[in-house]
Ligand binder design. Structure first.
Ligand SMILES: Nc1nc2c(ncn2[C@@H]2O[C@H](COP(=O)(O)OP(=O)(O)OP(=O)(O)O)[C@@H](O)[C@H]2O)c(=O)[nH]1
Ligand SMILES: [Mg+2]
Length: 198
């Protein structure tokens, strides 16, 4: 995929602040430190897109990005909006913060009409954690389409990667978990295909 443009649109916490209806949207979520920013940067082929809005506290916000992409042959083009959701599993957060987070994500998942799919990133080395399963069940119960990608898969020996992906797939009950590495830049095309399919 060729990324023709990628830009930060705005940050928001509640529906009144979301950007006006525009391109079809996919949202990204995962545990804190799972490699979400790195994944967004790999997909957008930019070094620091996911940090453009880098003001303190931005991790508590939903960040929106607009992209234009084209087939390598330039025969087709798409506009797509990414919503970067704040990470979960930050153990140190006070109870009130977690309640706020849950409310913010719930409103987004329930109310956002443009949302076509939720990409849940899980750590490919350590595998899914209980809060990943919770996140998946939550999104599934709301009827959202889910795409799962396993990040940092470069940390697993090449010969073990397929088995690791199968294991994660079974653990989560999600077929076709995508193996991804921002470091070695693999899984990028496959994830793009899944996004555009959605
Ligand atoms: N080996 C390896 N390390 C990665 C990969 N992706 C991210 N990392 C590392 O993991 C750490 C966290 O990456 P981020 O992309 O900042 O993760 P994040 O989920 O956005 O983190 P927060 O926004 O702080 O929750 C960094 O040290 C990255 O360099 C990957 O594909 N392979
Ligand atoms: Mg990040």
């Amino acid at each position: 995929m060729i990324v023709l443009s990628a830009e930060f649109v705005k940050s928001a916490t509640e529906p009144e602040g979301y950007p006006a209806a525009g391109p079809a949207e996919v949202a990204f979520c995962g545990r804190s430190n799972v490699g979400k920013s790195s994944c967004l940067n790999s997909l957008s082929n930019r070094k620091a897109l996911a940090r453009v809005s880098g003001t303190p506290g931005r991790t508590r916000l939903i960040n929106f990005f607009d992209l234009k992409v084209a087939e390598k042959t330039r025969t087709r083009e798409w506009e797509i909006r990414f919503a970067d959701l704040p990470g979960y599993g930050f153990a140190a957060g006070p109870r009130d913060d977690r309640k706020e987070w849950k409310k913010m994500i719930d409103r987004y998942l329930v109310e956002r009409n443009e949302l076509r799919a939720l990409v849940v990133l899980v750590d490919g080395e350590i595998g899914p954690q209980p809060n990943d399963t919770e996140m998946l069940d939550w999104a599934r119960n709301l009827g959202r389409k889910i795409i799962v990608a396993a990040t940092k898969l470069d940390r697993i020996a090449k010969t073990r990667r397929a088995a690791q992906l199968d294991k994660i797939s079974v653990q989560l009950g999600v077929p076709g978990v995508i193996g991804f590495s921002a470091k070695e830049h693999f899984g990028v095309e496959e994830l793009w295909r899944a996004l555009l399919d959605a």
